[in-house]
Design a protein around this ligand. Structure first.
Ligand code: PRX
Length: 640
């Protein structure tokens, strides 16, 4: 069976796009018809961007897991839903069919229930990339609990902040996680995160690494024991909770320009429809295809294109526990060869890093099963694009450059594989239903070209089904961050170029958010973490171009005290950042300075610091408004 709403030609794309803009109710109403509802909607869309209040499929009742599992049981019971490749290539892989997945999700949903979890409760999930992570996510959705997955690389402090913000009462974790040569003690990190926590009632621990863990009586239980208990009780099925279209499905924390990560909230119906629609169209998914998205489920890409998009479409999703460079840099290619992968969806940073190993790791690997390649997370440079095209796709696989964000839930701008044209380093055209606009600082549409292209801040004029609904516990913050910069527009925080044909090229963030190896990190967050070090007086963090990571983190630090030499202080600061946020936020460069360039009103002039970090020390622009222009000379001379 194919997908009736799959766009097959440029003409069909144009038609779909026109209809989606002229009559969104009709367009999305039709697509909604291909899902399973417990009750149909009264109205497809109601919205305003001022509050903001966005409602899709208003009045409908559903459960997303019935769409990801139950409805496939008739025809796809024995089709693999998840193929899991372990970190260690010597360990056996697992194939989980739709029937298996249904059973396991129901079982674990019953475990959650028997441990007291109810509809609307927040469940924090902190696990490695094992099938039980997907099972835990779906089990929450089954009973209407709101999952909040935290990437396994975040520190105890980051988890504690997120637990507090979400007022989470339940945690699902593992004893440990394997990632390359590392064995990460997840449960022990959770134990640290729970020091002083008063809300968490239960921690369910899944066995993976058999690392020694401490289990606190009355609070901690083993996943396997709990499953046995519900089995003994004869609990096999678990009825899918009836959810309102607009009930929250999950919270996912992401960085913004302030120091505190935001809990992005997505709603059940719109998120389901949009992730499915984009999965089927962008990747031109065909029944039976094996889709390999290399992201971690701890990020939005994993939520939408490992779990919900592929499973709601009855697809086969390949989930990989490890990293691309372990045990060697041929790991992705081995996996593609082993499982005859058809679609590979990865990040430019991974491509650039693998490019660095040359063609050796590709020797003897059969990649002929590949049909479609995708990239996500950051702008892809042309060199990486061509390498991907030539050496991985052998010039016969369309590459989709998919632009989107945690807040958008699904892909907003991308070519459709083999259907609309690809253009190296351009995300190209908006998806049906997505109305981008480039504006200047005053919110006015950019109508004049600069060097043949329109250039401005990227905004979206109207909602798409998986628009962010709120930031958990603080709606005002959602309004302020996304809907207040420009009136009646959703502001993405990205800058973009547009050509005469309407193709978009994303140039990167225009706010104080960094994109390091495709991970979003706020400069303020990193500064806060550095400032926690007892010897640090003040710091300023900026990004700079990095060959592999896309952007690197450059920190200017004012240090006071006599402890240790510079090398030792550097190490201590890195250790502090790892403790406060996690290793992903460690600065690549730390320069000790005696002062920071500030305006008379005390504002740090980041523009200058950014230029110095980028190595552009000649043309620093106007520095006359600085309180102490001398400090710039010192910083320039000390650049590392
Ligand atoms: O700057 C854009 C960049 O990643 C940001 C969103 O990060 P996050 O919420 O973590 O989601 C990443 C995965 C969807 C965007 O604001 N970005 C994402 N995809 C692209 C991109 N930049 C350029 N090209 C892309 N394809």
């Amino acid at each position: 069976m194919s997908y009736p709403y799959q766009i097959k030609s440029l003409e069909q794309y144009k038609e779909a796009y026109k209809q989606s803009v002229d009559n969104p109710d009709l367009f999305w109403g039709n697509i909604g018809g291909y899902f399973q509802w417990k009750r149909r909607w009264e109205k497809v869309l109601e919205w305003n961007f001022t509050e903001p209040k966005i409602e899709w499929y208003k009045g409908a009742k559903l459960n997303i897991t019935e769409n990801c599992l139950d409805r496939h049981l008739k025809t796809l019971a024995n089709t693999p839903a998840i193929i899991w490749e372990p970190n260690d290539p010597e360990e056996h892989h697992r194939v989980i069919t739709y029937k298996d997945l249904y059973t396991k999700v129901c079982q674990f949903a019953n475990v959650l229930k028997s441990n007291g979890v109810k509809k609307g409760d927040r469940v924090c999930i902190y696990m490695g990339m094992i099938p039980e992570l997907a099972i835990a996510v779906l089990a929450c959705a089954r009973i209407g609990a709101i999952h909040s997955v935290i990437f396994g690389g975040f520190s105890a402090q980051s988890i504690a902040d997120r637990l507090y913000d979400a007022q989470a009462e339940y945690i699902v974790t593992c004893d440990g996680a394997y990632r390359g040569a590392k064995d990460i003690p997840l449960k022990s990190v959770i134990d640290d995160a729970l020091i002083g926590n008063r809300t968490v009632k239960r921690v369910i621990v899944c066995t993976r690494t058999r690392t020694a863990v401490s289990m606190i009586k009355g609070r901690d239980v083993w996943w396997e024991d709990e499953v046995k208990k519900v089995e003994t009780l004869g609990l096999v099925d678990c009825p899918a909770e009836e959810m309102d279209a607009e009930d929250p499905l999950f919270i996912l924390y992401t960085s913004g320009s302030t120091g505190k990560p935001k809990g992005v909230v997505h709603a059940c119906a719109g998120y389901m429809v949009y992730t499915n629609y984009t999965f089927v169209n962008v990747f031109q998914y065909q029944r039976g295809d094996i889709h390999f998205c290399t992201a971690d489920i701890g990020w939005i890409t994993g939520h939408s294109y490992i779990v919900y998009g592929p499973l709601s479409a009855g697809g086969t999703s390949l989930m990989f526990e490890g990293i691309p460079t372990w045990p060697d840099a041929g790991r992705f290619w081995d996996i593609i060869d082993k499982f005859k992968v058809n679609i590979l969806y990865t990040a430019p940073t991974a491509i650039r890093s693998l490019m660095g190993f040359g063609l050796g790791p590709l020797q003897g690997k059969n990649l002929s099963s590949l049909k479609i390649l995708g990239t996500v997370g950051e702008p892809i440079n042309e060199e990486a694009w061509h390498w991907y095209d030539e050496h991985i796709g052998k010039k016969k696989c369309p590459i989709v450059d998919t632009w989107w964000q945690t807040e958008t839930g699904g892909i907003l701008i991308s070519n459709l594989a083999g259907v609309t044209l690809a253009k190296p380093s351009w995300a190209t055209l908006p998806m049906p239903g997505v109305q981008p606009i480039l504006v200047d600082e005053n919110g006015k549409e950019v109508t004049e070209k600069e060097d043949g292209l329109y250039k401005g801040n990227l905004c979206i004029k109207a909602p798409w089904p998986s628009t962010i609904r709120t930031t958990y516990g603080d709606h005002e913050r959602c309004k302020k961050n996304y809907f207040s910069t420009y009136e009646n527009l959703y502001f993405t925080g990205d800058g973009a170029l547009k050509d005469e044909e309407g193709n978009y090229r994303i140039t990167g963030r225009v706010d104080d958010v960094l994109n390091v190896s495709g991970h979003r990190i706020g400069t303020a967050e990193v500064e806060n973490a550095i400032n926690m070090h007892a010897g640090v007086v003040e710091s300023a963090v900026v990004g700079y171009p990095h060959d592999i990571k896309g952007q690197g983190i450059y920190a200017y630090v004012i240090f006071q005290g006599s402890h240790g030499d510079e090398a030792m202080r550097r190490k201590d600061i890195l250790q502090t950042v790892t403790r406060i946020i996690g290793a992903i936020a460690k600065p690549d460069k730390i320069q000790f300075v005696s002062g920071l360039p500030k305006t008379r009103s005390g504002k740090i002039m980041r523009r200058i610091l950014r230029k110095i970090a980028e190595g552009e020390t000649q043309n620093l622009g106007d520095t006359t408004t600085l309180l102490d222009p001398g400090v710039v000379e010192e910083i320039k001379n000390g650049k590392i």
